[in-house]
Design a protein. Structure first.
Length: 173
């Protein structure tokens, strides 16, 4: 845990917290229409340790995403990793710059999402490695199908695909 205060808050607030509410690395938004072009931001809520500075954020692009373009960020560079097919989407995108622990930032990627998840589930998983001045945090844990709601220390950001044309749940009557 980062500080005793956060530990205490976690104890008190756990029943009402949703997964997206923790100050981890999360996808914003964490739902998107299957088959759509969607800009998804990867929100870095804190550094690897208290007072540390984030220097690098590497986001893996899952199979089935047909294109992925990073949003240019002033003060940050980006680097694309590609597989053998130059026309395929990058396999990973790495942003490099400086983000102090006291601040947060969003790293956006415009993606053509799969019509359905290539791996069969309704969630796309984006493993992220955050590199800081004093170490790194691997946001790569994936919920087990046996315990989908189990609390993970460093969950990978996920995007849930919703069927194209389906009304958002909040608008159903
Ligand atoms: Cu966190």
């Amino acid at each position: 845990m980062r500080t005793p205060l956060i530990a205490l808050l976690a104890l008190v607030a756990t029943p009402i917290l949703t997964t997206g509410a923790s100050a981890h690395v999360v996808a914003v938004p964490d739902t998107a229409k299957a088959g759509s072009y969607s800009a998804i931001a990867f929100r870095v809520g804190h550094a690897c340790a208290t007072g540390d500075t984030t220097l690098k954020v590497r986001i893996e692009i899952p199979d089935g995403v047909a294109s992925a373009r990073p949003q240019v960020k002033p003060g940050w560079t980006y680097r694309l990793e590609r597989g053998p097919d130059p026309k395929a989407a990058p396999t990973a995108i790495t942003f490099e710059g400086r983000l102090p622990d006291e601040a947060f930032d969003d790293f956006a990627i415009l993606m053509k999402l799969p019509a359905q998840n290539a791996t069969g589930g309704d969630k796309l998983v984006f493993p992220v490695v955050q590199t800081c001045e004093t170490g790194e945090s691997q946001w790569t844990e994936i919920p087990s199908p046996d315990a989908p709601d189990a609390k993970l220390n460093r969950p990978a950001p996920t995007v849930t695909l919703i069927p194209n044309g389906a009304a958002p749940a909040a608008h159903q009557h």
